[in-house]
Ligand binder design. Sequence first.
Ligand code: FES
Ligand code: FES
Length: 151
Amino acid sequence: MRLELTVNGERREAGVWAGESLLSTLRDRLGLPGSKNACEQGECGSCSVLLDGRLVCSCLVLAVQAEGHEIVTVEGLADGEALHPVQEAFAETGAVQCGFCTPGFVVAAADLLGRNPDPSDDDIREALSGNLCRCTGYQKILDAVRLAAAK
Ligand code: FES
Ligand code: FES
């Protein structure tokens, strides 16, 4: 079936099968591999995107459910060559190791700071509670979100 949706501000079309996830459509059909597939079960948050401004796991959303809706992926956060403050802060604090979890954390952190520009540590922990990282021990990630908020 044919699907039309807006991704990172651009109108896009894709041919999808009925049970296809939005994550697969983004990665495999629309050339946007930033959202990662680490569990495909809604457990890790590595596939996080914004759907009409709401944070979702794109592995749990059917592509057909996104028909006519607006998606923002990690690729859509930067402003041209200028990185999003969260992206800059992740790089500056060393919050990226293997990087597999990073796109999901960046999208979730950008979502948090969009709603709450001055989050407490508890706010940050709660906002990122759906995202798992096997490498960093989370401290650098918390540092990155604090730095992004300060920026
Ligand atoms: S790949 Fe979607 S939550 Fe893990
Ligand atoms: S940096 Fe490797 S899983 Fe998070």
